[in-house]
Ligand binder design. Sequence first.
Ligand SMILES: [Zn+2]
Ligand SMILES: [Zn+2]
Length: 501
Amino acid sequence: MNSRLTVSTGCPSCGAPLDFTEGSHAIQCGHCRSRLLVTGRKQLLSYFISPKLDVHRAVAKALLALKEEGVECRVIEPRLYFIPYYRLTGHDFLWEKSAPKPKIEPIDLSAFSPDPPQADLTMTLQVASDFLGDLWEIGKKMYRGEDEPLSEPDESKPTGPIERKQPVVDLRRKGAAPASEEEEMTFRDRYVEKNFIACDLKGWGSYSLGVRAAVLRLELFRKEVLEAQGTIVGVTLSSEEALRQGMRKAEPENVLYRQVLGRVLSLIYFPFWVIRVQRQGEERLVFLDAVSERAVHSDAPISLLEFLGRPASGEAATVGFRPLTCPNCGWDLPFDPEDILFFCTSCARGWQIEGSALSPIDYQVVSPPAGAAVSRYLPFWVLQAEGEGNPPARFFLPAFRYRRLKLLGDLAKRLSKAQPVYTVSTAPFVPSQGGCYDSEDAASLARFTWAGMRGTQEMKPPEEKPFFVRSATLIWFPFQFEGNALRDPFTGMSLPQNLFV
Ligand SMILES: [Zn+2]
Ligand SMILES: [Zn+2]
């Protein structure tokens, strides 16, 4: 399960409570209907979590925990601390060595019917029951920093490539030439999520946020609000080191190549009651999670107070809001919460989030091949790249959101291999959707695509294969309806429509 957190704040227009999912870039106030752009993308943003436990109950809980241990003690001083944690999320794209498996028969697209209307509800109920049943499992996994698959589950659907092609024949079995390297590689994607302590608390262990992360509500960091309640513990782990630590992973042997898209690192200040007690003639500390009210440590050394007292330095950045309207004509921009590219349906201009601003992006529109009826246009980044080993002149990377990332990867590879020749249309055009990948994501995806095209022998860590992008252009490509899928007229590849988000 992919556990996104909820951010709780107030609407800057009307002041009503405003909750949104972590990672949203565009939201709408449920009260005044204002459309808002969430600023601060690609910055280290800080949040905090409010304590649920007051001082009296904290002291009572600590005494109870010690009593259960059969220890007599006396409370000296209770104090609330906000301990910083890093949270790292992202989308991992992996090429793995394929395990030998039976070849998949071609799939008849007529089997793909649109999701029934209750599908979303089923999913919600499923998630809710998973959540209640497996909270502890989730906690344990997050504690260990395990990752979740990113593509949303749709086990009822076939998992093979959705394209019309001849059955793949395994020539090896017949003693003929070996299959190409490409066939020995498998695409895999997963959602990366890690929460780990951002300060040095020697003797306490690396207590993780994991156990409760899925039920946490984040509030925007405000120094004065935290200081009025307790002490803010200083961060000692730099964000660079945090990224390194968060990305480090015992890769299974079969991972050949990896790129991380949409990487987000944030800081979360979590409340703990630290109760100084005298137990058996010695001063010790009891740590209580001020949200779950659980005693997480009942016999910690008093020396930790020194680490907890380390002052917090520097100012913390938080998300901001600005109206989500077209900077050119003032029209409300249509959006999906995860969009970072917006297109005005009034003046047809394109915009991309950059810091706290919307900066213009130009785009081109491809004319459909002669005689082809166009059903829908989808946005792509077309990258001109230079690198070792003669990469294709142009890479074609989807900029739209789609539930099955493998199909986006396949489409990128097939278009980049095909190097389609097309003409740019000059006819009036109104973009019909936004995009969720920027040119930086496209460059990562291009490197990933190129690694896949070169095959298993050529795969090296990304830093060993520098890859320069000379230019990136946003281009809308025409697609045609074919049954329940959209078909790319240049490669013939089809994308089932029910997997569009
Ligand atoms: Zn409002
Ligand atoms: Zn406009």
